[in-house]
Design a protein. Structure first.
Length: 341
């Protein structure tokens, strides 16, 4: 690349990052860096196809994405060193995604990395292991009642929906989907004891139905029974390790137990498993970063959330915390105490 072209790339990237609220527009502080490496399995074997490598800013702006070659090798050029680390995300068909920090702030030339991916077994690749187990064995009358309740729920006819779901589980108590749907309505009415009974019946009858575990974990978290929630969710993950909702609720339990680094790991795993997960996961992740004193990463996650949901339910708190971090000047002022996600 010519000197003139390099100056043009540096100027363009600087302006884009500055507009994104990322790297400050001080061109003289930037230099371009390349990142290269190889993606392998735990057995040190190259992954020959389906590998994608992406680099994003901490605010979620994608700088580049490249496929790896048939030997799992990749190279991404012209990344500005900047003043913040990047986020490196590696995905491959049939493997768990990996997301890690990529610090180029003091780098020069080419930075070499090695990424190890763990294979997902065929059983684990099912998003919802055995989701129809009890639905298939439910008698016709129970299934019809459940379908009727689903239609009533879609029409916002909640009393009718509760009546129909109750009829379905009365006809067939081991109907996990119906028990879970009934529990949601009971929670809305604050009948938490009955809701917990329904959800425990659901996971007892169909341990491969992750919705039951996620709903029970959410209920236990709402009652501040965080250690109990953690145990329930870990059971669910042993059978449904690819269900992002379980990681979301497990992260909430860890956060409220004060295990902020573990909460961070679980929310990152949830987002890696489901790139279309609710934007509020960025706000939750930001809260965990704040509790660890990492204002810089928290700032990036708050910004990502506010871009996606500028009027979302965490928007007021997020805007206030963003302003606080900006006014602090250091972006690393130590742990804060946002509301628990």
């Amino acid at each position: 690349m010519s000197k003139r072209a390099e100056r043009s790339v540096r100027h363009l990237v600087t302006m884009v990052c500055f507009a994104a609220g990322g790297i400050p527009a001080h061109a003289q502080e930037l230099h371009l860096v390349s990142v290269a490496g190889q993606v392998t399995t735990e057995g040190d074997q190259a992954i020959t196809s389906g590998v994608k490598v992406a680099v994003e800013t901490t605010e979620g702006w994608r700088m580049a994405e490249r496929p790896a070659d048939s030997q799992g090798r990749f190279q991404i050029d012209n990344l500005p060193s900047g003043r913040k680390p990047y986020r490196l995300t590696v995905t491959a068909d049939g493997y768990y995604s990996v997301q890690e920090e990529l610090d180029l702030r003091s780098a020069g030339g080419t930075v070499m990395v090695r990424v190890v991916l763990t294979r997902i077994s065929k059983a684990q690749q099912r998003q919802e292991p055995l989701p129809e187990l009890t639905a298939l064995s439910a008698p016709h009358k129970a299934r019809k009642a459940f379908e009727k309740g689903t239609r009533a729920l879609q029409a916002h006819q909640l009393p009718d929906a509760q009546r129909d779901f109750s009829e379905a589980v009365a006809e067939y108590p081991c109907y996990a989907r119906a028990q879970t749907a009934l529990a949601a309505l009971l929670v809305a009415k604050r009948d938490l004891t009955a809701a917990e009974t329904a959800l425990r019946k659901a996971i007892q009858c169909d341990p491969g139905f992750p919705d039951g575990f996620a709903s029970l974990g959410r209920l236990l978290n709402s009652e501040k029974r965080f250690a109990e929630s953690e145990q329930v969710l870990q059971r669910g993950l042993r059978l449904s390790p690819n269900a992002w909702e379980l990681y979301d609720q497990l992260a909430a339990a860890h956060h409220n137990l004060g295990s902020y680094s573990r909460a961070t790991e679980e929310w990152l795993r949830a987002m890696a498993l489901n790139p279309q997960a609710p934007s509020e996961l960025h706000a939750k992740l930001a809260a965990a970063y704040l509790q660890q004193g990492n204002s810089e990463k928290a700032y990036g996650e708050f910004q990502a959330y506010l871009r996606a949901e500028p009027e979302g339910r965490f928007a007021t708190q997020a805007k206030r915390l963003v302003q606080y971090i900006e006014s602090s000047g250091a972006l690393a002022a130590g742990p804060h105490d946002p509301e628990h996600p």
